[in-house]
Design a protein around this ligand. Structure first.
Ligand code: NDP
Ligand code: ZN
Length: 377
């Protein structure tokens, strides 16, 4: 290669590096900086807007207990700084040239799944959460489509995602309350439908928080008779207001009497150590229990097989969020039937998010904190 060719090649390389960097999206968010839950405002960049991508200006982001588990390293090591948030709703501001599902000005939602291989049997069935190559999650995940960059979540100004993994949100939706549907909504809607909960059935939800109160609303809407189990007195009246026929404070042993062999279906959203057999024994023969609560690794409950044998012909299974098609179905159903979470809006400041995390752990939220991302300074 002669000298001139080398200079031309060098200039081309410099230009292409600058071009690629220029394409990256500037963002800013609230990042956890340690496992104590301390937050700071943090600047970062997102991958460029690809031909199939949409660029969303985030309006609201819900705080799920999974964000808290992740930040607190309840399930394993976390890379900091990390911007949590996987219950995201916003307005589409730009679209790639192949995008057909969205146009500028539409509302869009993003939940846990932001990419997957798209080729395996699970992806083809719309069960991207079980992708054989592994799904890319909206935060704290190494995105194998984009040089393994660490994904940053929705406690931020914007998001870039393929239209295939974004959820259409109708223009008439109650937009301040939509974000929690993207995780809490689908995680409860999915097993309730998988177990075919129906009118007149006796069903229950254990853990009456962000997920639990949506589970109650979905099951009431289906015409089931719902009992709620939680550990506090504070939410008793709320459960009745939302349509429960019974509220059981599990800390009051008297209230647990006559609970055995009662239920067709139980959903457990409990995020801390508990005895799952207590609930299995409450199932009728043929009844089903779905578990979605994800306690810290060192507090994960075990099911003793002998007890299970003596509670024979009751089924217990786990459930993980829900695929993209079912998430769209859940969102359309929720908006059409006016099923929304009860939310408390908080400003996008480190102090407000730190306090919210603490309140969720201490059981002081009714029922979901949602961060108003437009207030991020
Ligand atoms: P919340 O903290 O909002 O709700 C949990 C509720 O469970 C609270 O009301 C809490 O009580 C109650 N609770 C705690 N211990 C018990 C107990 N022993 N018996 C009965 N109730 C109890 O959490 P979320 O709803 O946001 O999340 C729940 C769990 O689900 C988390 O572990 C989260 O990580 C997991 N999750 C799993 C997903 C999946 O795909 N499987 C997806 C999303 C979340 P109190 O009234 O004191 O607050
Ligand atoms: Zn979640």
């Amino acid at each position: 290669m002669n000298r001139i060719s080398k200079i031309v090649l060098f200039l081309l390389c410099v230009a292409s590096v600058e071009f690629t960097q220029a394409q990256r999206i500037q963002s800013e968010g609230l990042a956890a900086i340690d496992n104590k839950g301390n937050f700071e405002i943090y600047k970062f960049t997102r991958h460029p807007i690809g031909d199939n991508d949409i660029f969303i200006d985030i309006l609201y982001a819900g705080i799920c207990h999974s964000d808290i588990h992740h930040v607190h390293e309840d399930w394993g090591k976390t890379e900091y700084p990390i911007v949590p948030g996987h219950e995201i709703v916003g307005v589409v501001k730009k679209v790639g040239k192949n995008v057909t599902k969205f146009k500028v000005g539409d509302y869009a939602g993003v939940g846990c799944i932001v990419n997957s291989c798209g080729q395996c049997d699970y992806c083809k069935q719309g069960l991207e959460q079980f992708c054989e190559k592994g799904m890319v999650v909206s935060f704290g995940s190494h995105d194998y489509f984009h040089n393994n960059e660490l994904t940053m979540g929705g406690f931020s100004k914007n998001y870039v995602v393929s239209e295939d993994y974004a959820i259409k949100v109708p223009a008439n939706a109650n937009i301040k309350k939509v974000a929690p549907l993207l995780c809490a909504g689908i995680t409860t809607y999915s097993p309730i439908h998988f177990s075919k909960v129906s009118k007149g059935q006796n069903v229950a939800v254990a853990g009456f928080g962000g997920l639990g109160h949506l589970a109650l609303k979905y099951m009431v809407a289906l015409g089931a008779k719902v009992t709620v189990f939680d550990i506090t007195e504070e939410k008793r009246q709320d459960a009745y207001n939302m349509g429960a026929i019974k509220y059981v404070n599990v800390k009051t042993p008297d209230e647990l009497k006559k609970s055995q062999d009662q239920f067709d279906f139980i959903l457990s959203t409990i995020p801390a150590a508990y005895d799952p057999m207590m609930y299995v024994k409450m199932l009728k023969m043929g009844g089903e229990m779905a578990i979605v609560g994800l306690p810290p690794t060192d507090a994960t409950p075990n099911i003793p097989t002998t007890s299970l044998i003596y509670s024979a012909h009751r089924k217990v299974y786990g459930s993980l969020i829900g695929g993209i098609p079912e998430t769209q179905e859940m969102l359309d159903y929720s908006v059409a039937n006016n099923i929304y979470p009860q939310v408390e809006l908080i400003p996008a400041t480190p102090e407000a998010v730190e306090k919210a995390f603490k309140n969720v752990v201490d059981g002081k939220v009714k029922f979901r904190y949602v961060i108003d991302m437009s207030t991020l300074k």
